[in-house]
Design a protein around this ligand. Structure first.
Ligand SMILES: [Zn+2]
Length: 79
Protein backbone atom coordinates (compact mmCIF):
# COMPACT_ATOMS: atom_id res chain seq x y z
CA UNK A 1 0.00 0.00 0.00
CA UNK A 2 1.44 3.32 -1.07
CA UNK A 3 0.87 6.35 1.04
CA UNK A 4 1.16 9.69 -0.72
CA UNK A 5 3.07 12.20 1.33
CA UNK A 6 1.14 15.37 1.94
CA UNK A 7 3.07 18.47 0.89
CA UNK A 8 4.59 20.56 3.63
CA UNK A 9 2.75 23.85 3.63
CA UNK A 10 4.10 27.10 4.96
CA UNK A 11 1.74 30.03 5.26
CA UNK A 12 2.98 33.55 5.90
CA UNK A 13 1.15 36.84 6.28
CA UNK A 14 2.31 40.35 5.38
CA UNK A 15 -0.21 43.16 5.91
CA UNK A 16 1.36 45.26 3.13
CA UNK A 17 1.38 42.49 0.54
CA UNK A 18 4.24 40.52 -1.02
CA UNK A 19 6.79 41.95 -3.42
CA UNK A 20 7.54 39.79 -6.43
CA UNK A 21 10.99 38.17 -6.61
CA UNK A 22 12.11 40.73 -9.22
CA UNK A 23 10.92 43.60 -6.96
CA UNK A 24 8.90 45.18 -9.78
CA UNK A 25 5.52 45.05 -8.15
CA UNK A 26 3.39 43.51 -5.47
CA UNK A 27 2.19 39.99 -6.09
CA UNK A 28 -1.33 39.69 -7.46
CA UNK A 29 -3.90 37.38 -5.98
CA UNK A 30 -3.29 33.91 -7.45
CA UNK A 31 -7.03 33.52 -8.03
CA UNK A 32 -6.73 36.02 -10.91
CA UNK A 33 -5.54 33.16 -13.08
CA UNK A 34 -8.80 31.28 -12.51
CA UNK A 35 -10.87 34.45 -12.61
CA UNK A 36 -9.52 35.22 -16.07
CA UNK A 37 -10.31 31.69 -17.25
CA UNK A 38 -13.84 32.01 -15.89
CA UNK A 39 -14.34 35.48 -17.34
CA UNK A 40 -14.70 37.02 -13.91
CA UNK A 41 -13.23 40.44 -13.01
CA UNK A 42 -9.75 40.41 -11.53
CA UNK A 43 -9.32 40.44 -7.79
CA UNK A 44 -8.51 43.93 -6.52
CA UNK A 45 -7.54 42.82 -3.03
CA UNK A 46 -4.00 43.02 -1.72
CA UNK A 47 -2.41 39.58 -1.65
CA UNK A 48 -1.36 39.49 1.99
CA UNK A 49 -0.99 35.72 2.30
CA UNK A 50 1.80 33.65 0.82
CA UNK A 51 1.29 29.89 0.71
CA UNK A 52 4.32 27.74 -0.13
CA UNK A 53 3.71 24.04 -0.71
CA UNK A 54 6.77 21.83 -0.67
CA UNK A 55 6.08 18.75 -2.77
CA UNK A 56 9.59 17.41 -2.37
CA UNK A 57 10.55 17.74 -6.02
CA UNK A 58 9.16 21.21 -6.52
CA UNK A 59 7.54 24.12 -4.74
CA UNK A 60 4.28 25.79 -5.56
CA UNK A 61 3.78 29.33 -4.34
CA UNK A 62 0.45 31.09 -4.19
CA UNK A 63 -0.51 34.56 -3.08
CA UNK A 64 -3.97 35.30 -1.79
CA UNK A 65 -5.91 38.25 -0.51
CA UNK A 66 -7.64 37.70 2.80
CA UNK A 67 -10.97 36.83 1.16
CA UNK A 68 -9.47 34.28 -1.24
CA UNK A 69 -7.16 32.40 1.11
CA UNK A 70 -8.21 28.74 0.92
CA UNK A 71 -9.76 27.73 4.23
CA UNK A 72 -7.39 24.78 4.66
CA UNK A 73 -4.41 27.16 4.66
CA UNK A 74 -5.78 29.66 7.14
CA UNK A 75 -3.71 29.50 10.33
CA UNK A 76 -5.74 28.06 13.17
CA UNK A 77 -4.40 30.61 15.65
CA UNK A 78 -5.25 33.63 13.49
CA UNK A 79 -7.20 36.28 15.33
ZN1 LIG B 1 -8.14 37.83 -4.08
Amino acid sequence: MTRRRKPTVRVAHRPDGWVLPDFTDLADCTTNFHREQDGRPACTGTAVWKVVEDHGMHLTIGFYCDADLPAEHRPQDAA
